[in-house]
Design a protein around this ligand. Sequence first.
Ligand SMILES: Nc1ncnc2c1ncn2[C@@H]1O[C@H](COP(=O)(O)OP(=O)(O)O)[C@@H](O)[C@H]1O
Ligand SMILES: [Mg+2]
Length: 643
Amino acid sequence: MSEKNRYLQIIKNQRASKTKEKFEGTLLEYIELIETDPEINVHAHKRLYDAIVEHGISSMDPSDPRKHKLFNDDAIKIYDYFQDEFYGMEGVLSKLMRYLRSASLKGEESRQVLLLMGPVGAGKSALTEHIKSALEGKSYFYLENDPQRGEPLQLIPRSLREKFEEMLNTTIEGDISPIARHLLLEEYSGEYEKFKVTETTFSQRARRGIASVPPMDANSQDVSVLIGSEDISKLDKYSEDDPRSLSLNGAFNVGNRGIVELVEVFKNEIEFLHTIITATQEKRVPSPGKHDMIYFDGVILAHCNESEWNRFQSEHTNEAILDRIVKVDVPYVLELEQEIRIYEKILSRSNFDIHIAPHTLRVASMFSILSRLQESQKCDLLTKMKIYNGEEVVEKGRVKKIDINDLKDEAPREGMKGISTRFIMKAIDNALSDSEKNFITPVGMMDSLIRQVKEQIVDNDFVNRCLELIRNTVRNEYLRMLETEIAKAFITAYEEQAQSVFENYLDNAEAFTTKAKLKDKVTKEERTPDEQFMRAIEGAIGVSSSGRDGFRADVTAYMFSKMRRGEVVDYTSYEPLKEAIETYLITSVKDLARIVTKSKTRDDEQRQKYSNMVQTLMDDYGYTPESAEEILVFASNNLWRDS
Ligand SMILES: Nc1ncnc2c1ncn2[C@@H]1O[C@H](COP(=O)(O)OP(=O)(O)O)[C@@H](O)[C@H]1O
Ligand SMILES: [Mg+2]
């Protein structure tokens, strides 16, 4: 096939697949259609709710550690529609869906504006886009040539509605638009059953059922953006009270049956807001010119940031409006692991083709999360970050007992301030594009963050706080991770070694706790538990000699209760023991790691060890030769200072 034909074929196939038969008929035929499927006539909130829920709802998997550690084992619903796009937003999504569900059941919420309020870059716009897309391509029916695209059943006169509602098992609300009324009288001589009904699909681009209103400055603001206008050119042709002179192309015309989005809503004038409120509360909007109010059924979804909200809220003349708003806070993510996923998502959609070394996005995310956290009385900021991330923080051989809910109660507005996702994205982009190299490591990332802080942040105190976070907290934590990683890379078959130390320790600790003897697996000789070995492990995480017995008893009890439940145990099962084993192993190679990494000249054996280690960094940890080199130079300059 020639090239040209090949393309033509693709185009033809697509066209053929698109011509799914669209309904065309009269109101009477439409009524017959409703009879077979009453769900065709649903109000906007229900349509949207159904469109989201049809992708599936599940409960958070009980084995997901986040459920236990972060959500108190509460029943958390997962909405599949948002699952792959939004991370760490379960709280926001559950409030949002609660609103939609209740509105779909025609609760008071169906007459309220849904307002997403939160700091810049918290995902309000992205969330709104995604919600709107749920409708995209779904079909709905309307009166032919009616710019308001009203529900056809509205043609049925009041006196017959009850009967039809009963027969069709549906509800009929609202009235046809002035233009449809005009058509009815002029073209159908009032015989509404003959009125033509058309099927179409929701499409934001084609302005069908989905409308978006950007904020406007006070001068250019014109309510026609919301409700359309009178077309002056048509006023020559039609008289002023002829509805044909109306251009019903405002957001509340276009968005009828679907969604109207109001971007940064409080930047608008109060007159604007009143129109919006009337639309939700009375389900009607004014028409341009001297015509009747026009029926409107749609989800009104607004968003704004906190300062706009505060300003608006503080004016008591706005009370009536406030009363008609359901506000859902959209804070920044405070969970490190979820924050990292955001940047992975954004990067996977960009065209950058550069190697990103391990921990690079983690380092950036640590900074943004830390900048959002408030100091606590109960622990330092880094510990707080780890607890919010569901990690177990070990202190003196025990998992630190800090209740995540206590921390949250201490700081109810947490997540509303701090470094935004966009700030981090810019720093990542800069690091990627400034770099003459084809890779980026945490070292370059930290430099880029520092530059970005100095260039972009105005508030001096905040600049200093940010620099302090990057240069101390983040940097030290990264060095700690790096030291561990390099040491691990020096240990051949690290996992197996850790596992064997674990098994050995567990045998010893069990024998010690039950006052039994150990039997050597090979010689079958009995011997007493190896005190020196156990102390070496315990000492690695600072278990004192007085805490020794307790620690061994804890470990044994923990492991055996897990085994009794049929769970597999390994060296990572119990956080304090895992840390002890890692520290023990890492300490054993620390000197070697230091000497080999730092030394400028290496003997043959050292050279072999070094190149094995670099190979492990590449094969097992995901570095490239260049990025491994960069972090090793950083390590030798900053770790293992000669004391
Ligand atoms: N929790 C999150 N999960 C996934 N992506 C997020 C999250 N928070 C922010 N983002 C991403 O960050 C970027 C900025 O978000 P945006 O919706 O423009 O923020 P806002 O409108 O609140 O200022 C978007 O690409 C968005 O997808
Ligand atoms: Mg936005």
